[in-house]
Design a protein around this ligand. Structure first.
Ligand SMILES: [Zn+2]
Length: 186
């Protein structure tokens, strides 16, 4: 059985054969898998374990990428899918509070972001599983889409600080990252 993949609740052995190790639980003298992952039965140590497929955990100070999923009155909700420098994708709901958007005063988050934008941000604070991001400084939107026709926006060379749709000519505002447009598909 060792080396096979376990589903939660799979029977692994008895407590006479093994000690219930990490990723397992014992009930009525039998050991079961407590998580999904690879079964490791060590007969020398008499230990049964399930090595769970652990996702990378977010830490404060990391730079992350994610997509804006909704915009509320005082915060932007971003689904983080990547950590800079780590290949394994993640899926973490996080927030950018209006005061963490820019070094300048921002009144409404919807002036600086739109749903579907790809954002580069720093993990500012993690408390009680709530993940706060910041886009101050050089961080912000790395890919934005026209609110009218959904085509990608470019930085306007005609209007300083504005984003322009080359398809329909619509001008929009964003809190862009310094490297806007240089990020390939995430
Ligand atoms: Zn457009």
């Amino acid at each position: 059985m060792s080396g096979k993949n376990a589903m939660i609740g799979d029977y692994l052995g008895t407590i006479e054969e093994f000690l219930p190790g990490r990723g397992t639980y014992a009930q009525d003298g039998k050991i079961y898998a407590a998580c999904m992952g690879e079964i490791v039965l060590d007969s020398a140590k008499h230990l049964a374990e399930v090595k769970g497929k652990s996702l990378p955990k977010l830490r404060e100070g990391q730079v992350v990428f994610g997509e804006v999923s909704s915009i509320k009155k005082s915060q932007v909700i971003v689904i983080v899918s990547r950590i800079l420098g780590i290949d394994t994708p993640i899926d973490e709901r996080s927030f950018i509070y209006v005061s963490n958007i820019s070094d300048k005063f921002v009144d409404k988050p919807e002036d600086m972001f739109a749903v579907g934008d790809i954002v580069k941000a720093e993990v500012f604070k993690i408390k009680d599983d709530l993940i706060d991001l910041s886009t101050k400084g050089d961080l912000g939107v790395v890919k934005a889409f026209c609110r009218k026709c959904r085509r990608p926006l470019v930085k306007s060379d005609k209007r300083e600080g504005k984003m322009e749709c080359l398809n329909c000519g619509h001008l929009e505002l964003r809190k862009t990252a310094k490297d806007y447009g240089n990020v390939c598909e995430i």
